[in-house]
Design a protein around this ligand. Structure first.
Ligand code: NCD
Ligand code: ZN
Ligand code: ZN
Length: 358
């Protein structure tokens, strides 16, 4: 059985929900799903209900997740339209980064005024990065701010050939930028929409085949730094409604999809593993923990099916896809937390990687 070992997998782009959105997902259910997907740690986005935009809300969220998390975790702080830059000094050291929503998506954190975006860029402390939701032309607007303020910036869920072109140039110019790509943009495209219906709706939306090819090319050229799931669970009832929300789950399908791609020769196996672990650790300056790793059987082939998923939402846009690569064991800090079938650690086992809770 060809087992490979991946040290310290981190997904820096997840929406674990909870707080007022426990009907979608809970900190407990989704950190369990993360472990089943092979992860050591996940970073949670601030577009929750309520949004994570002041110190009290951040600390309240931290207490809640601290009691429930199975895996290790970090929280983002959200830049708000109402200008919450006065909060930055108190919270910057204790979060994984600042998140700025520059195009519309789930939640109420959209900032479309360039003056307000600039205010956030000017005020943030460069010791932590800024993670941005920016699509198409908005990417170049944000790049202007990076050029001016030199704040390390991670571009989330990059999905088009045009965006890749802008970021390739920005990297060549030496700007402090990093690039994340999601499995749904790598393995699905607009041709899949008729079959997927609302289950194929997410922001950024599924693109053309030519965009997908540009993403794979950028992976091979090393322009893409990491693979992030953008795990964004919504209930089946919400997706079946007349106004389906944007977002798809991904914590349990990201690793097997990437391993499958490696075995098809679409990228080197080591690169696939690094983009899920080492590169994330490097960008977020996380010191890897000893005895914290994932064992994967790269020969085990299986179908992605909703019956086998741990995430509370209970569906996947990848249902019916065959993948090769099954998580056999997950270890965190010397504890076996997953045996290939069951998550073995209790809620509250997961630790905060950034010192929010004492
Ligand atoms: C995300 C969500 O539902 O929170 N949705 C999505 O379509 N990706 C928000 C986001 O990442 O933009
Ligand atoms: Zn987004
Ligand atoms: Zn997201």
């Amino acid at each position: 059985m060809p087992l490979i070992k991946i040290h310290g997998m981190i997904d820096p782009h997840t929406h674990l929900r909870d707080l007022d959105w426990t009907h979608k997902a809970t900190f407990a259910s989704e950190t369990k799903a993360a472990i089943a997907g092979g992860y050591w740690a996940v970073f949670d986005m601030p577009n929750t209900a309520p949004s994570t935009v002041d110190e009290a809300l951040l600390l309240d969220k931290a207490q809640r997740i601290n009691r429930s998390a199975h895996c290790d975790w970090g929280l983002y702080f959200g830049a708000s339209q109402a200008d919450n830059t006065a909060e930055y000094e108190a919270i910057a050291r204790r979060v994984c980064g600042l998140k700025i929503y520059n195009n519309s998506t789930t939640g109420d954190l959209l900032i479309d005024s360039s003056a307000m975006r600039e205010r956030h860029y000017r005020a943030w402390t460069p010791s932590k990065l800024i993670a941005v939701h920016a699509e198409e032309e908005t990417v170049s607007n944000i790049l202007e701010l990076v050029r001016k303020y030199r704040q390390p910036t991670h571009f989330l869920h990059i999905s088009s050939e045009y965006e890749i072109k802008l970021l390739t140039r920005a990297k060549a110019d030496g700007l402090p930028v990093t690039v994340g790509v999601c499995p749904h943009h790598l393995f699905l495209c607009e041709d899949d929409l008729p079959a997927l219906g609302a289950y194929g709706l997410m922001k950024p939306e599924l693109k053309r085949k030519s965009d997908q090819r540009a993403l794979w090319r950028a992976i091979r050229l090393g322009v893409v730094d990491i693979i992030e799931s953008d795990h964004a669970p919504h209930t089946i009832a919400e997706k079946e409604s007349d106004t389906p929300p944007y977002g798809v789950p991904g914590l349990e399908t990201t690793l097997p999809l990437m391993l499958q791609a490696a075995q098809e020769g679409r990228l080197p196996l080591q690169r696939a593993c690094d983009m899920l672990s080492l590169n994330v650790q490097r960008i977020w300056r996380i010191t890897p923990l000893p005895k914290t790793y994932t064992l994967v059987d790269t020969d085990a082939s299986y179908l992605i099916e909703r019956e086998n998923l741990v995430s509370k939402c209970g569906w996947s846009p990848f249902e019916g896809k065959r993948v090769k690569g099954k998580v056999r064991e997950v270890w965190i800090r010397g504890h076996k937390v997953y045996d290939g079938e069951t998550v073995l650690c209790p809620p509250g086992f997961g630790r905060d990687l950034f010192g929010l809770v004492a």
